[in-house]
Design a protein. Structure first.
Length: 578
């Protein structure tokens, strides 16, 4: 856990306008800054950044967050990594326990430095190797693309890296997976006579290498082992290079090898990435779906390719949120993406990606391919085999779609399929949009509290209606403000405290409204008193209406003693105010 106080300090030190401006040039627009949204395609700017409240909001797609949220969304970083990166930017020392570090091993930063030096060495060696240059030229790779991906060459020989490091024997080189110690204690380079593809993390730091043989030889691809820097199931090749194209196309194409990624980039298809010698994992899927709405797996049409695609499908099911989609493309026999784009051209490739087979179709086709669909038993088996897959889906729409198609294919009715698959309603977190009461009264109150959190102290809790989403959000916000103590935290810090909370979306909406129409500082206290007063009057009126209704049904004698007193008081108060 990162202490709240650290997050608050960090948000205080970082200027969200500076940060975002480094990625998306901002223009001044009134009190705020604006740009075309980096998270959805648009022609006129609806992405707005508030310097005073230190958050951004897109009026087009609803993207909303603090500096931390921006880094997470823009760079696809996790919460901890985003905090780590921001801390480094402003020179804050992150609390020790939270820095990911292997026990008693070398520091991450030391390993990252080693990898950067090795990458530089391999890159320089490429220029000296006619063989490697010819190989890349033969594959149609230009100097520009080779540079973009930092492609290098590990020369033949056993201890070449000795030239890149003063001390070849340091343990860190082995920890980083660059040097291997054999049983006799002899040290030698892991990568020899291979074209080298640096594997980078989201920040563009080299964390591993993939080496490809140029002629015959095994293995064709050799990857770095897992190290403190590199976890195969988490990383994809080509992500930093693909970032702009991913945003542009809103689609990530997942291919099998680095050479495919490079070849596609060479032909103007910049949104391809590759997993690294593993099946696509749920982590990969989540990572990519943070940046795009659609993933298309582009695999060979042979058996191995279909198997890889099936594993990708299985691992995508749970990670697939609503409004995101997955597609599958199988290349004609004997083609890989590299050869396909070279022989058929970019347009044909893009068309194929656009027409990818939807997940539901691939799933049914694969299942049906090993069930005898001409017999009743076979069709029942189809449903039985679909059952474990359906139960993993978290998206009601896709599940419904699959149930429909299963019903069509199997001859069972939809309710029968649902029963056979033992499908229960998908349990989702409580929807933020429960019916709202008196929004006109609570909305301004939310905005006031967001603009000046210390007002929370002056809000009488009994003025709030009992059961509305907005009232719940107001209560929650007040409780969060009061729990944080003095001074009350600013909006951005509150937003981080409420990250992932059920009331988050209402608060975001209110903050977005506030961004467009902030209260004047000199009016804010009076506005708050007025809002509280109106709220109390509303609550009083509601109580009075209830009593009035009872009276009209039962007469005044139907009221309890206490109710009678309330009723008379309210009547006289109403008489006074006219
Ligand atoms: Zn947007």
């Amino acid at each position: 856990m990162i202490p709240e106080s650290f997050i608050q300090e960090l948000l205080h030190r970082v200027d969200v306008v500076d940060l975002i401006d480094g990625y998306v040039p901002l223009k001044k627009a009134g009190a705020n800054f604006a740009a075309c949204c980096p998270f959805h395609n648009e022609k006129s700017p609806s992405f707005t950044v508030s310097p005073s409240k230190q958050f951004y909001h897109c009026f087009g797609c609803g993207a909303h967050g603090t500096a931390i949220g921006f880094l997470m969304e823009y760079s696809g970083l996790g919460f901890i990594d985003a905090i780590k990166e921001l801390s480094a930017k402003v020179g804050l020392q992150m609390p020790e326990d939270d820095v990911r570090r292997p026990h008693d091993g070398p520091k991450i930063s030391a390993l990252t430095d080693l990898m950067a030096r090795a990458a530089k060495y391999y890159y320089e060696q490429l220029k000296l190797s006619e063989k490697a240059i010819n190989y890349l030229k033969g594959r149609g790779v230009s100097g520009e693309i080779a540079q973009k991906f930092g492609i290098g060459y590990a020369p033949d020989g056993w201890q070449n890296l000795g030239a890149a490091f003063e001390d070849y024997t340091i343990a860190e080189l082995q920890v980083a997976g660059l040097v291997i110690k054999n049983e006799q204690g002899r040290l030698y380079d892991r990568f020899r006579d291979r074209v080298m593809f640096p594997i980078m993390n989201q920040k563009g730091e080299v964390i591993a290498f993939g080496g490809r043989v140029m002629g015959e030889g095994e293995p064709k691809y050799l990857n770095s082992p897992e190290t403190p820097l590199f976890e195969k199931g988490r990383e994809v090749f080509g992500l930093p290079q693909a970032r702009a194209a991913l945003r542009d196309k809103d689609t990530a194409i997942v291919v099998e090898g680095y050479m495919d990624v490079v070849a596609l980039a060479q032909h103007g298809v910049g949104n391809a990435v590759a997993t690294l010698g593993t099946a696509t994992t749920a982590t990969h899927v989540q990572k990519l779906l943070r940046q795009v709405d659609r993933i298309v797996y582009c695999f060979d049409g042979d058996n191995a390719g279909r198997k890889a695609a099936w594993r990708a499908l299985e691992n995508s099911l749970e990670a697939l949120p609503e409004q995101k989609s997955i597609g599958f493309v199988f290349l004609p026999d004997t083609e890989d993406p590299d050869s396909f784009v070279r022989s058929q051209g970019t347009e044909a490739f893009e068309r194929m990606i656009a027409q990818a087979m939807p997940l539901s179709e691939f799933l049914l086709r694969e299942l049906a391919s090993h069930c005898d669909m001409t017999s009743a038993e076979g069709r029942a088996r189809l449903v039985a085999e679909a059952k474990p897959l359906l139960s993993r889906l978290q998206t009601p729409l896709l599940r419904l779609q699959l149930v429909k198609r299963l019903a069509e294919a199997s001859g069972f009715s939809q309710p029968e399929v649902e029963r056979l698959c033992d499908l229960r309603p998908i349990v989702r977190p409580a929807p933020a949009r429960v019916p709202r009461q008196a929004p006109s009264l609570l909305r301004p109150l939310l905005r006031l509290l967001l603009q000046k959190p210390e007002l929370a102290k002056g809000l009488p809790q009994d003025a709030l209606p009992a059961n509305s989403a907005e009232a719940r959000a107001v209560r929650h916000l007040c409780a969060t403000i009061l729990a944080a103590g003095d001074p009350a935290p600013p909006y951005a810090a509150l937003l981080e405290r409420l990250r992932g909370n059920e009331d988050e979306s209402i608060l975001r909406e209110a903050a977005a409204e506030l961004m467009q129409q902030p209260f004047a500082e000199e009016d804010i206290d009076a506005e708050f008193d007025g809002a509280v007063k109106r709220l109390q009057e509303g609550e009083n009126k509601r109580a009075f209406d209830l009593l009035q209704e009872k009276v009209s049904k039962l007469g005044v004698s139907g009221l309890s003693g206490e109710e009678k007193q309330q009723y008379l008081q309210a009547l006289s108060a109403r008489g006074k105010t006219g």
